[in-house]
Design a protein around this ligand. Structure first.
Ligand code: ATP
Ligand code: MG
Length: 411
């Protein structure tokens, strides 16, 4: 893509009403635009990042046998009444239509997915089953000042699993845990903690939160640097300096962003909604469930919170909107244009800053702000040497290399 064709423009200043680092940088770079507090449009560059994150999640979900579906965002009141959550879920957006019929905007989909499952699961032979979707969720969030970290409208991948017994449920739960760690690693996170947290209204047992350490985090966890013990501060009565219940090491405390959360549901939904199966002996039993949430839009915000500097965003390669940015500062020369064609033909995702009305300084500043992992500069000097200047966004040094080497490195 050519930058001269991109309809979004970078901003010198962040919008005054944005306080979070992720929203300030993403808005300045033209990745997102706020419509209202907690409600954002994803512009071309931002949409590409979101799609990349979703693609990673989709791939990993399919690997563990998840079957992808798409459920409605508009839910009739009756389905939420079946579990008693119409009255208890205070974050539900409720609406009335012209015929006075009441609806909720989907905040989560346990009721809807259980309704689907009860039509298809009859026998133990239909189990286990894992169904997921990637979809827009709506929640009446009180605090929506954290940009993509807390939207009133946001994207979620929600997976639901159905089992004949607790042993099978646990086995799959552990598989999903590992899958989440793979996803987060591919999204660029080197440091992820799996924290025990309250099971919420769902269960007496712990749920597990996937926590990314950063100062911008709204969560506080206690963790052990020696073993993998970690607990959300909200539920634990351990203090920093206390001993790790696993290994005795001194516990530490840190701020984190919760990017994923997985829950044991047991019979919480299957019992009230009549989701049963016949076991081998013909006995009717309630299906055992778990659910697993992960937020692509929150992940995008979290990546920006973790990977940035005073100049802009530093995208990890697998989620970057483009792999390479060509910055053309040589006047009246087609070297950059040719390189753009060659890189594209070789299969690289290239953004090409071909803008004629921008100074070299402005182009370099935008390159840093946009955060594309590799930058190639084409200048009079590099042309005279028959080379290209290559730089990694997250490193300081530059390197002069020839085209053959360049194509080999970037494709
Ligand atoms: P939090 O405690 O941060 O409010 P939650 O525990 O209510 O989140 P879950 O219901 O567990 O969230 O949702 C699963 C995942 O969906 C979260 O881990 C997060 O990645 C994402 N998510 C939840 N709420 C939001 C939101 N308001 N904006 C963006 N992403 C969200
Ligand atoms: Mg949660």
């Amino acid at each position: 893509m050519k930058l001269s064709q991109l309809f979004t423009k970078t901003l010198r200043e962040a919008p005054k009403d944005e306080v979070s680092v992720n929203a300030r940088l993403l808005a300045r770079a033209g990745f997102i635009q706020k419509l209202s507090s907690g409600v954002y449009s994803f512009l071309p560059l931002g949409f590409r990042v979101l799609r990349k994150i979703e693609a990673i999640i989709r791939e990993e979900m399919n690997k563990i046998g998840g079957q992808e579906i798409l459920m409605p965002a508009l839910h009739p009141k009756e389905i939420w009444e079946e579990t008693g959550r119409w009255d208890s879920a205070d974050y539900l957006y409720k609406i009335k239509d012209r015929q006075e019929k009441e609806w909720a905007l989907g905040a989560t989909h346990e009721e809807v997915v259980t309704d689907i499952a009860r039509r298809y699961i009859n026998s133990y032979k239909d189990l286990p089953l894992a169904i997921y979707q990637i979809q827009t969720k709506f929640r009446d969030e009180m605090r929506a000042k954290s940009g993509l970290l807390r939207g009133k409208e946001f994207s979620m991948k929600d997976l639901y699993s159905f089992h004949a017994d607790e042993e099978d449920r646990k086995k799959y739960y552990d598989k999903v845990k590992q899958s989440y760690l793979n996803i987060l690693k591919r999204c660029g996170f080197e440091d992820v903690r799996v924290a025990e947290a309250s099971g919420g209204s769902f269960s007496k047992e712990y749920s597990h939160e996937f926590q990314v350490p950063t100062e911008a985090g709204e969560d506080l966890i206690m963790f052990c640097a020696k073993c993998d013990f970690s607990q959300n501060k909200e539920i634990c009565d351990l203090r920093a300096g206390a001993q790790c219940p696993n290994c005795g090491e001194k516990l530490k405390e840190e701020k984190t962003i919760e990017v994923g959360n997985i829950f044991i549901l047991g019979k919480r939904y299957s019992e009230p909604m009549g989701l049963t199966f016949s076991d081998k002996n013909g006995n009717k039993k309630s299906v055992i469930m778990s659910c697993y949430g992960l937020g692509p839009s929150r992940l995008m915000g979290a990546i920006v919170e973790v990977y940035n500097d005073d100049k802009g965003i530093i995208w990890p390669e697998e989620v970057a909107p483009f792999k390479v940015l060509i910055v053309d500062v040589a006047e009246k020369n087609d070297t950059a244009e040719k390189l753009y064609q060659d890189l594209q033909e070789a299969g690289a995702e290239v953004l090409y800053d071909d803008r004629a009305d921008k100074s070299a300084g402005e182009k370099f500043a935008d390159a840093d702000l946009l955060g594309i992992p590799w930058r190639i500069v084409v200048s009079k000097k590099t042309i005279s040497e028959r080379k290209f200047e290559l730089k990694k966004r997250r490193e300081k040094g530059t390197k002069l290399i020839d085209k053959k080497e360049l194509l080999k490195k970037l494709t």
